[in-house]
Design a protein around this ligand. Structure first.
Ligand code: FAI
Length: 506
């Protein structure tokens, strides 16, 4: 008996050669209407599915291959007596190979098509054919990608058959392909219908869009993965390929510049946390001030700015070694200067936007997911002052709040005149964070303000801040010792604003 292949493909590349070779090897080809026409036009013998089933393609192609003579031929277990009897009783002939690729839902969604077009590009029969063939891989070879044709044909010629090992591998890939297809449909329809994904169970399909040279360390393999319908929100204009650690720092720079968005601001990130952050009248000024906070640590940092980069800013940035520069846009002349002076500098533009609404962290206990919101800003109407209100220091308090909110916990930030002068971050004790920030600030701590990303568990952090010359503190409150802490601040003449919310970043 002739072996039979069902070929039903939306993407017809390579399909003609596949059919021709199979026919030359003595196979019979079975195809749906468009694919059958392609074979007929090229003079390749083909049986159209509707001729086999004696049932026409109906509903404009919505039902073409969905028929027991097709699915029976794919799903029958050739060595099971009951299945063989069913095949004989119903005149079903076996189908030994299925080559199917699906209606281009992803391409249609990316083209901005409306709902009707999206719906018509949801493949039903093709997915069923693939799943049936993959389920019955012990007897059937399934190909879902034109790249499969050549190696499978070669094996067929060399071995006289597609080996079980190959059929198994193809089947597993096929199930991945249909899962990815359905996840993409879910994403595309959700987007079109303005629905948010559910939270009880999450279907994520991710495609590796970039293979990274290595991960956090050279012995770790790594890559960047995106959902099929998502694009990276950043564009690289110059420099070496981003590394894994660059991407982590870039994320921190995106968050920090988003926090600074209402101002002309700049941030320098090291190890996913700011080592300088400031606002200024110009981007160049903001950058110089951000750099000055901790110029030692800023070496090899990731710089983010909130406004267009002109030649003056490029001149300022080019003075120092920077790994990555993130900006909304940049002058051609500024880019030229930067790339001439700093060949490896990766220049990235970002107009806003991000890939996921949820922040996902993989732990040894499972994937943690949380809302990925920017920290809420303090509001004088919602929080309250302890001691004398200092509206004159409010702008600095808000900036300090922003710096602490994007810094690693435990974090405190000291700010004076629109510029971070000391950032204590990543400490296990809040009092150590204050000591570190105070050491960095030195004389500049006199009359500065300080933000803390969480409450003070004891008065000691406030005492250290007062000793550094801090005039006002902003903190969430919420400690059992809040009253003791507030009383100490008043004794020391430090005004305190209680904002009401915490901004941990572990
Ligand atoms: N409805 C069906 O019975 C059906 N069977 C196969 N297809 C798809 O039809 C496409 C090929 O169609 P044609 O050979 O007519 O160009 C393939 O992408 C295949 O996945 C179908 N179409 C969609 O569901």
């Amino acid at each position: 008996m002739k072996r039979r292949a069902l070929i039903s493909v939306a993407d017809k590349s390579g399909a003609l050669e596949l059919g021709q070779t199979l026919v030359a090897l003595g196979w019979e080809i079975l195809s749906s209407s468009g694919t059958a026409k392609m074979f007929r036009d090229a003079g390749v013998p083909v049986v159209e599915v509707s001729d086999l089933t004696k049932f026409p393609h109906i509903l404009g192609g919505r039902v073409k291959t969905l028929h027991p003579l097709v699915f029976g031929g794919i799903l029958a277990r050739r060595d099971l007596e009951a299945d063989v009897k069913d095949m004989q009783d119903h005149g079903i002939a076996g189908i030994d190979m299925v080559a199917v690729n699906l209606y281009p839902f992803e391409k249609t969604a990316r083209s901005g098509a409306v709902l009707d077009a999206l719906i018509e590009n949801i493949d039903i029969g093709g997915v069923a054919l693939i799943r049936a063939a993959a389920k019955n891989y012990r007897y059937v070879a399934v190909m879902t990608d034109p790249a499969d044709y050549a190696p499978v044909l070669e094996e067929l010629k060399a071995e006289g058959d597609v080996t079980l090992e190959t059929r198994r591998r193809l089947a597993l890939r096929a199930f991945d392909a249909t899962a990815r297809y359905d996840a993409t449909i879910g994403d595309g329809l959700r987007r079109e219908l303005g629905e948010k994904p559910g939270e009880d169970s999450v279907t994520l399909s991710l495609v590796r869009t970039q293979e990274l040279r290595y991960g956090e360390n050279p012995h770790q393999r790594a890559g960047v993965y995106l959902p099929p319908l998502a694009d990276s929100p950043v564009t690289q204009l110059a420099g070496k390929e981003l590394s894994y650690n660059n991407l982590l720092d870039l994320d921190a720079a995106m968050r920090a510049t988003a926090m600074l968005q209402s101002d002309v601001g700049a941030v320098v990130i090291k190890h996913t946390t700011p080592c300088g952050m400031a606002i200024g009248k110009t981007v160049a000024e903001a950058y110089d001030r951000a750099f000055a906070c901790d110029s030692l640590s800023a070496f090899g940092g990731v710089v983010g700015v909130t406004r267009h980069i002109d030649l003056e800013t490029a001149g300022a940035i080019s003075k120092h070694f920077t790994e990555v520069l993130l900006c909304p846009s940049i002058d051609d002349a500024a880019l030229k200067l930067l790339t001439e002076k700093r060949k490896n500098l990766r220049v990235m533009t970002w107009k806003g936007g991000r890939v996921f609404d949820k922040q996902m962290v993989s732990t040894w206990c499972g994937l943690l997911m949380q809302d990925d919101e920017l920290a809420p800003l303090p509001d004088q109407k919602k929080g309250h002052w302890i001691g004398a209100p200092r509206p004159d220091l409010w702008d600095d308090l808000v900036l300090a709040w922003k710096v602490a909110a994007v810094s690693k916990s435990n974090a405190v930030a000291m700010v004076k005149d629109g510029e971070a002068v000391g950032i204590g971050m990543g400490f296990c004790s809040r009092v150590f964070a204050v000591e570190f920030a105070a050491r960095q600030a030195g004389e500049r701590g006199q009359g500065a303000v300080m933000a803390s990303d969480a409450f003070f568990p004891f008065p000691d952090g406030v005492e250290k801040a007062a000793a550094a010359g801090i005039a006002a503190i902003i903190q969430p409150g919420g400690s059992v010792r809040d009253e003791e802490v507030a009383a100490r601040a008043q004794e020391l003449g430090v005004s305190m604003f209680i904002s009401g919310h915490r901004t941990f970043r572990h």
